[in-house]
Ligand binder design. Structure first.
Ligand code: FES
Ligand code: FES
Length: 167
């Protein structure tokens, strides 16, 4: 790859080095170079939120960033939210419990966005939850199950501590 660029990105706590084309998106880097296919691609132009990951703690759209822009940074994908013992994170558990999953295609993006949202806003009102979810689209049915899941995650004992450890 003649015009490739070397990048080093810490993904879910693990250093990843790769040679990438400058035009390669962070989403494609995560899926193709790291094998982390939990980051989904829906619209690929910044509208749906399915590709949401945390970049140094901030929720970002991985389809709108080039991998080279994340060089030297830390990325957390939906896979990185799962505790090492294989249990579900509090947000994942709440989605399961409150039927926040429908087809599941949008779910990784929602889970990542909600994890960052509750870390920053641990006691949200319903209006704040709706606003917090507004960057993620679900094509299946309504959003009520998802909103219920966010409420449940916010009220779950221990959630705030766990969510606040995500960087
Ligand atoms: S795939 Fe990135 S916002 Fe839709
Ligand atoms: S659960 Fe199907 S698009 Fe969201």
């Amino acid at each position: 790859m003649a015009d490739s660029v070397a990048v080093t990105i810490t993904v879910n706590g693990q250093g990843r080095e790769a040679q990438v084309e400058p035009r390669k998106t962070l989403a494609d880097f995560l899926r193709e170079d790291c094998g982390l296919t939990g980051t989904h691609l829906g619209c690929e132009h910044g509208v749906c939120g399915a590709c949401t990951v945390l970049l140094d703690g901030d929720a970002v759209r991985a389809c709108l960033l080039f991998a080279v822009q994340a060089d030297g940074a830390g990325v957390t994908t939906v896979e990185g939210l799962t505790p090492s013992d294989g249990a579900l994170s509090p947000v994942q558990e709440a989605f399961r419990e409150a039927h926040g999953l429908q087809c599941g295609f949008c779910t990784p993006g929602f889970v990542v966005s909600v994890t960052a949202f509750l870390r920053d806003q641990p006691n949200p009102t319903d209006a704040e939850i709706r606003e917090g979810l507004s960057g993620n689209l679900c094509r299946c049915t309504g959003y009520q199950g998802i909103i219920n899941a966010v409420r449940l995650a916010a009220s779950a004992e221990g959630n705030l501590t766990s969510a606040s450890t995500i960087v």
